[in-house]
Design a protein around this ligand. Structure first.
Ligand SMILES: C[S@@+](CC[C@H](N)C(=O)[O-])C[C@H]1O[C@@H](n2cnc3c(N)ncnc32)[C@H](O)[C@@H]1O
Length: 234
């Protein structure tokens, strides 16, 4: 694997030094909040879809998960996550696969799905070094929720980030249809200032003006809100 950088993870179970191959997603505030929200029981099978560097699944493994399966559309991410697992001594209990959403893992039935696939609109992805989750950012995570099916056991938990940096209402509508409102619990809600490069982008501004992104103004800054949901399979 070609290492283009390392990243010091100070989130849950850290500090850890992670390798990052070229173009692999660098963990963000969302990653840190997601890691804090995870509830892992000893022996859990964990499926990390859109695993990037593997960080969230590897945190789950360090918290006691028995088996970790990660997948990502980026070959560099799959190689990076595999290498990070090796460096952390977790190769024996982990595997990482290449492909779209659940396509490469059709034999897995997980207790926990970490559902942190790209969920920002194209206009945001054009400005930041992130991949797009579709025109409004709700399309790819919405497809993930709709196609989850038997990959999540009955009684199993999906940890799903949603936010006002995407068309959050559309994604939540899909999640409510699949899980039912009573099975969805917000575990953490946090607000962050939108990066200045994004706040200045005319395309992002248009999404805010059109009401697709429901961001709040605080003084001269735009604030975006992140929620991490526990969605339990009925
Ligand atoms: C927001 S990043 C999260 C990565 C990691 N969970 C973290 O917090 O560092 C989203 C990840 O989803 C991956 N991704 C994008 N489209 C995908 C798809 N269609 N199927 C699977 N993974 C995808 C990206 O390559 C990226 O690694």
């Amino acid at each position: 694997m070609m290492v283009s950088s390392t990243y010091e993870w100070h989130g849950r179970t850290g500090p850890l030094t992670l390798r990052l191959g070229p173009g692999v997603f660098t963990p963000t505030h969302t990653t840190v909040v997601m890691a804090d929200a995870l509830e892992i029981n000893p022996g859990d099978v964990v499926l990390d879809v859109g695993c990037g560097s593997g960080v969230l699944g590897l945190v789950a493994a360090r918290l006691g998960a028995a088996r970790l399966v990660g997948c990502d559309l980026s070959a560099e991410a799959v190689a990076t996550a595999t290498e990070n697992a090796r460096l952390l001594g977790l190769s024996d209990c982990s595997e990482f696969h290449l492909g779209h959403l659940f396509d490469p893992v059709d034999d897995v039935e997980a207790d926990v799905v970490i559902g942190d696939v790209s969920g920002v609109p194209e206009a945001v992805a054009e400005v930041m070094p992130w991949s797009s989750g579709g025109p409004t950012g709700a399309e790819l995570p919405g497809e993930m929720v709709e196609t989850l099916g038997p990959r999540l056991k009955q009684g199993g938990r999906l940890y799903l980030p949603t936010g006002t940096m995407q068309a959050e209402d559309r994604l939540l509508e899909v999640a409510r249809k699949v899980f039912g409102e009573d099975n969805m619990h917000p575990l953490v809600v946090r607000e962050f200032p939108l990066a200045p490069t994004l706040a200045r982008s005319p395309a992002v501004q248009r999404l805010v003006d059109d009401g697709v992104l429901a961001m709040r103004r605080r003084g001269s800054r735009l604030m975006w809100r992140l929620t991490v949901w526990r969605c339990t399979r009925p």
